[in-house]
Design a binder for this molecule. Sequence first.
Ligand SMILES: Cc1ncc(COP(=O)(O)O)c(C=O)c1O
Length: 396
Amino acid sequence: MEKLAILGGEPIRRKPFASYPVYDERELSALKEVLESGVWGGYNPKVAEFEQTFAAFHQCRFGITAANGTVTLETALSAAGICPGDEVIVPPVTFIATATAVLRIGATPVFSDIDEETYNLHPGRVKEAITERTRAIIPVHFAGQPADMDRLMSIAERHQLIVIEDCAHAHGAAWKGKSIGSFGHFGSFSFQASKNLTAGEGGFLTTNDEELAEIARSICNQGRRTGGAWYEHVRLGTNYRLTGWQAAILLAQFSRMPEQIERRNENAQFLNEQLSGIDLISTPFVDERVSCHSYYLYMIRLNRDRFPGITKDDFVKALAAEGIPCSAGYPHPLYKNRVFNDYKHIRNDCPAAEEMCSGSFWLSHEVMLSQPDSINDVTSAIEKIAGSIHELAKAI
Ligand SMILES: Cc1ncc(COP(=O)(O)O)c(C=O)c1O
């Protein structure tokens, strides 16, 4: 048996994986255009062009750009009239902004458990979490897999709740042929550096509701109204505008997005097939109603119940030592962050979220956008660790 790299052996791979983000002449010439236009801010025509393009791609009538995917959540909540004291149901397994956006507008986040297989909000747990104060739900399409929008929308309609889809992981994903971001009152996207579409920073709201679109746009633009005068401010707004530079990059990056989603799917398929016989780990579960998974993350679950004595951190360190870039992911559900000690929140029982954080980790762009020979190295490294798991457990 080959010695594990973490125990002093030769790593499976020394070559770097694909780098991310990718850019070429398209980005350079788009940036030059903005430079030479002299319109560097949010009124560069490229901003409106990107808004129309990205919203239409997600089957939405309206698109509003913003500074990032945190303020888009805050803006959506405010535009939908969520007030201090209102309860908003969120998953405990997501980036912190999903929950802190609720706190920032003075409302109360209610943590409700995820489905143990998809890692998305569990509709049954959402139903149980509803009280007379509940006003909204924020489902996150975790890792790029759409949440169960059939059941979540039907619960929301029955209880007259606002739905803000957090699409920060799921650009281009679809549920039963319908694009994410087009189900709820708003879809909220992030273009932060790690995302499937990026300009380093940036955010976006999709909606099919004309009135909500106007309010959100106005909040992001100092309370101005569409067609209004420059110094006419009709509501309390702020400046969350995206710049022309970012829109230029996003338009160029967007031209590659479909082929990148396809590559991620091919690699995910390949990994699923190759890793299916290794009982140390489980490959991601995908709901059959998902018509497009955008694989922002390729989730792997360590089957700790079958292999006690080894943690996901040990496994991830061993995998990284073999030359495979991977992340240990969330160390614990969101509600365990100290910030929540100081703010009102409601925490329902979340055993699936606890389990997910203890056992699951992920592969990201470098691997998912690589060529097939690199994917073979991932499989070889996982097989190698699986074959030496007892040595690893003894050594740690
Ligand atoms: C699920 C989720 N929601 C919201 C955000 C916040 O986006 P941003 O970093 O653009 O503020 C992120 C990521 O960063 C995220 O992953």
